[in-house]
Every structure is written in structure tokens, then in C-alpha cells.
Design a protein around this ligand. Structure first.
Ligand SMILES: Nc1ncnc2c1ncn2[C@@H]1O[C@H](COP(=O)(O)OP(=O)(O)OP(=O)(O)O)[C@@H](O)[C@H]1O
Ligand SMILES: [Mg+2]
Length: 372
């Protein structure tokens, strides 16, 4: 029974079998009903003829055979007609039942092709068509998700671009109207906004590159201390400016990792730059690494503003910021850095996650890499 429910082939076989059996049954029944009547009629005709031809003494055997043949053909004609009609009716009903879900699928796929991504089909049964319908629904929901992400992305990008553009326009209007003084400070503000705009465009370009995996990884064995060393060197000016203690804590016997040095440095720089950005003056930022099985976990820990529990799961989503106004004032982040970091780490086959005891309790960002 299970085989029949799960296989279209078995259903088709059974449907054909049903048509044949019904055809044979109708044939048998009709013959049963039609033969006596036909036989009696032909026999009656024969005895009448015999009465008329009495004494001629010929053709008796042939006439009996011919009459038998005639009655046989007559009842067979009825029976075949009836059984063909029954078989046609049954196969029409069965094929409609089997083909109907196909028609539904065809209609739904037309709907999707026309951009109606909410189109779904009802799944009945367990056979191949039902499996196709399940996959179809899955595909439709994936498409719907991609479409809504695309809309969201366009919305986010326009929003992000509009903010600095509005500022620049505002400064310009102020200058033209004479409301703002044409001095170095005003020009610096405009420059800062333009700078933010170009940084945003660079980030977006980088994001689209990593999301599309349009870059190659040059993976080799790299020592963690060299990755951390480069990061420290690159960020020490920023840390010094905020009087933040930036240091590293690495075990002496740490194995090298499998990584693209430039890309993983980019991840570490992103994480450490965030740590510096979201930590008040005179805070601390620590870079460390530990071995876990066949992986090394590299962490960036700060004692800054921390991340509330409900935001932890979202901060790797593009454009997501815990406090939009805060990050904008504190250097104009657009919420792309962690998304890029996650893509790069995942391209290495690793994971990245954040931990924080909550607001004001600092945060720790960790990612894993395979030991070389
Ligand atoms: N170390 C940290 N401490 C507290 N919050 C953090 C920390 N790192 C990231 N966040 C939060 O996660 C959000 C996303 O970080 P992400 O680096 O992706 O974006 P950003 O720093 O705002 O902008 P940018 O794209 O310029 O890096 C930040 O806006 C911030 O709210
Ligand atoms: Mg950042």
C-alpha cells in the first residue's frame, strides 16, 4: 500500500490494470446477459425455417452453426461496446485524477514566472508529484525571500546614501544663503560627509563582492601571531587616539592556521576597529587565541558598551546596528563590517559569533579557523 501511495509508476500500473479488469468484467457480464436472448431468438428463427423446409433434408448442421455464430457475434458486439465504453470512462476519470495536480503545478509556475512569489500549491499524497509540489513550494518560498531581501537591500542602500547626501546639500544651501560661514570648519564637515559617502560605497562594493563570492582565497598555513601583529600595528593609532589599551595574549606553542592572510587580517581589523569604536576612552581591547580540537578560536574582547541579548543574533546581518544614532555619531558605521567578516570566515569553513553580558558589560567576538 505504501509503495502504491509513494510511486506514480505503481499508480499508473494499477490504473491500467483497473481499466483492463473493468473492461473484462463488463465484457463477461454483458455476454452473460446478451447470449441467452440472442441464442433463443436465432434458435427460434431456425426452427421456423426448419418447419418450412421440412422434407428437403439438407443444411441442418450448417444452419445450427450459423445461428450459433450469429448469436455469438451479436452478443459479443454488445459486450465489446459496453466494455470499451466502461474502460474509456474509467481511464478518463483516473487520468484526470493523476493529471490534475500537474495542471495545478503548471498554473502555479506561471504565477511565479509572472512575479507572484506568494503562489503555493496544495500537497496531497506522497508520490513523485507530491514530492515535486513540495519542492516547488520550497523553491517559491526561497524566491520570495530573495525578492524581499532585494527590496530590503535597495531600501537600505538608498536610506544610507540619502543621509550624507542630505547633510552635504544642507551645508551647501547654508553656504549659498550665507547662513553658514564659509570657513575651514564648514568645509571640513562637508568633507567628512563626502568621505562617509565614499566609504559607504567602498563597503557596499566589498559587500557585494564577498556575498557573490567574487574573489579567490589564497589559503595557506599562517601563524596567528603574524595575523594579530599586523592588526595591532594597523589599529594602534586609533587605539592611542582614544587612550585604549590594545594588546594580545597568545600561547607560545600555538599551531598555524589555514587562512588567506589578507582576508583574515581584514576580519581581525574589522573586529578590533569595532571594539575600539564601541569602547569608551581608556577602555581595553584584547586579542587572544586558543586551541579547540582541530580549530583555533581567535577572539577580540573589549570592555565597552556591550550588546543587549536581543541584538546578538542580528548584528551579522547587513545594515544592522544596535543603536543607529550611536554608531553614526561614533564615526558613522553603516552596519556592513560584521557582514563582510562573517562571509570571509564562512568562506574559510569557519564560524563567527558574538557574546556579551549585556549593555555596558563589554563584548567578545570569536571566530574559528582550521589548524594547518
Ligand atoms: N565590539 C562591539 N561592541 C558593541 N557593539 C558592537 C561591537 N561590534 C559591533 N557592534 C554592534 O554591531 C553593529 C554592526 O557592526 P558592523 O561592524 O557590522 O557595523 P558598524 O560598525 O556599525 O559599521 P561599519 O560597516 O562601518 O563597520 C554595530 O553597529 C554595533 O551596534
Ligand atoms: Mg564596524
Amino acid at each position: 500500500m505504501k509503495t502504491i501511495r509513494e510511486h506514480l509508476g505503481a499508480k499508473l500500473f494499477l490504473a491500467n490494470l483497473a481499466v483492463i479488469m473493468i473492461g473484462i468484467t463488463v465484457l463477461a457480464i454483458t455476454i452473460q446477459i446478451a447470449i441467452p436472448a440472442a441464442f433463443n431468438r436465432h434458435m427460434g428463427e431456425m426452427s421456423m425455417m426448419n418447419g418450412m423446409m421440412q422434407g428437403q433434408g439438407q443444411g441442418y448442421g450448417r444452419t445450427l452453426f450459423e445461428n450459433f455464430q450469429a448469436s455469438m457475434f451479436e452478443s459479443l458486439a454488445y459486450a465489446v461496446t459496453a466494455s470499451v465504453a466502461a474502460a474509456l470512462l474509467v481511464s478518463w476519470v483516473l487520468s484526470r485524477r493523476i493529471v490534475a495536480p500537474m495542471q495545478t503545478l503548471t498554473d502555479a509556475s506561471l504565477g511565479i514566472a509572472n512575479g507572484n512569489y506568494s503562489e503555493r500549491v496544495q500537497v496531497t499524497g506522497f508520490d513523485e508529484i507530491a514530492k515535486l509540489a513540495t519542492r516547488f513550494n520550497h523553491m517559491a518560498s526561497q524566491l520570495e525571500q530573495v525578492e524581499s531581501m532585494r527590496r530590503q537591500l535597495i531600501g537600505d542602500v538608498t536610506h544610507e546614501l540619502r543621509t550624507p547626501l542630505t547633510s552635504i546639500k544642507g551645508y551647501m544651501e547654508g553656504l549659498v544663503d550665507g547662513v553658514l560661514p564659509a570657513n575651514a570648519e564648514t568645509f571640513n564637515q562637508i568633507h567628512r560627509e563626502a568621505d562617509r559617502l565614499s566609504r559607504l560605497v567602498d563597503d557596499l562594493q566589498e559587500l557585494s563582492r564577498v556575498e557573490a563570492k567574487a574573489y579567490s582565497l589564497d589559503v595557506r598555513s599562517v601563524s596567528v601571531s603574524s595575523l594579530v601583529g599586523t592588526t595591532l600595528k594597523r589599529l594602534s593609532p586609533q587605539a592611542t587616539a582614544k587612550r585604549i589599551t590594545l594588546r594580545s595574549n597568545l600561547p607560545a606553542d600555538l599551531e598555524p592556521v589555514l587562512a588567506d592572510e589578507d582576508r583574515i587580517t581584514q576580519v581581525l581589523v574589522n573586529l578590533a576597529a569595532n571594539a575600539i569604536q564601541y569602547t569608551p576612552e581608556e577602555g581595553e581591547v584584547d586579542l587572544s587565541a586558543v586551541k579547540h580540537g582541530n580549530e583555533i578560536h581567535i577572539s577580540v574582547k573589549d570592555n565597552g558598551v556591550g550588546i543587549p541579548q536581543e541584538h546578538l543574533a542580528n548584528i551579522f546581518t547587513r545594515f544592522y546596528r544596535v543603536d543607529k544614532s550611536r554608531s553614526r555619531n561614533a564615526g558613522g558605521g553603516s552596519g556592513i563590517g560584521l557582514t563582510i567578516a562573517r562571509h570571509i570566515v564562512e568562506a574559510h569553513g569557519g564560524r563567527i559569533w558574538a557574546e556579551s553580558a549585556g549593555e555596558g558589560s563589554g563584548s567578545t567576538f570569536t571566530f574559528s579557523l582550521k589548524i594547518a
